[in-house]
Design a protein around this ligand. Sequence first.
Ligand code: BV8
Length: 225
Amino acid sequence: METIVILTGAGISAESGLGTFRDKDGLWTRYDLNEVATPDGFARNPALVHEFYNARRANARTAKPNAAHEALARLQRAWPGKVWIVTQNVDDLHERAGSTGVLHLHGVLEGALCARCGQRWSAPARMHPADPCPACGEAQTRPDIVWFGEYPYHMAEIWPLLRAADLFVAIGSSGTVYPAAAFAQDAGRAGAHCLELNAEASATAPDFDEIRLGPATQIVPAWVD
Ligand code: BV8
C-alpha cells in the first residue's frame, strides 16, 4: 500500500464549529493577525494574545470531532503506519477522533511554552502573561503556537514524508500560508498524486492533479470509504 500524506487546514474543523481564518467572518477578519499571531504582537501586548488563544482554547475544548476527522482516523487504522496527518490546525480534534502521530506544524492550543527557557507543559484553560514557568520561574509564558515569522514545527520529519508520498491530500486548507502552501508542489515534484478536498478551490489549486469540492464532512468520508 502506498504512503499517504494528508495536510489539513481550518476547513476540516469548520463543521465542528471552530472558525476558519479567511472565510467570511473568519478570525483574521475580526482580529489583526499582526497583533495576535506574531512575536512582535505578543511582545507588545501579551495579555491580548493570551485572551485570543484562551478564547480559542475554550472553543476547541467544547468542539467535537466531525465525520471528516473520524474518516481519517478510520483510514489510519485500515493502513497502519502508511497514513500521515500533518495539520496546520492547533486544535486536538484529530487526536480526539482517534488519529495518531499527528504532526502539528503550527503548534497546539493545549501547549504552553516558556519564551525564556523553552520548557513546555500542558496549558491551563486560561493563560496569563504573569504565569510563572514551572522550570525557571520566569513570567514569560506563551502559547505553544507557531506565529508568522517563526519556524514551523516538525519540518525535519515532514520534508522526507512529502518526498516519499505516493498520494498527497490537502483538506480544508486555503493554500495561503507557507511553507504548508508549497507542500503539494513538493510532493508532486517527487511523484505523488495530489488531491485537494475543499469547500472551494484553494489558492494552490493548480498544484493538484484532482480537486473535489464540498463540505469536508461529506467529501472526506466519501473519499476514505
Ligand atoms: C516560516 C498560528 C520560515 C496558529 C498561523 C514563503 C516561504 C516560507 C515562508 C513564507 C513565504 N512567504 C511568506 C512567508 C511567511 C509566512 C507566510 O506564509 N505568510 C503568508 C501570509 C504569505 N509564513 C510564516 O511565517 C511561517 N514560518 O515561514 O518560517 C520558513 C521558511 C521556509 C520553510 C520553513 C520555514 C509560519 C506560518 C505559521 C503562522 N501561524 N497560525 C493559530 O493561531 O492558529 S497561520 C494561520 O493560517 C493558521 O494557523 C492556519 O493554520 C493557517 C492557514 O489557514 P487555513 O488552515 O488554510 O485556514 P483558512 O481560513 O485560510 O482557509 C480555510 C479553508 O477551509 C479554505 O480553503 C476554505 O475553502 C476551506 N473550508 C471552509 N469550510 C470548509 C472548508 N473546506 C471543507 N469543508 C468546509 N466545511
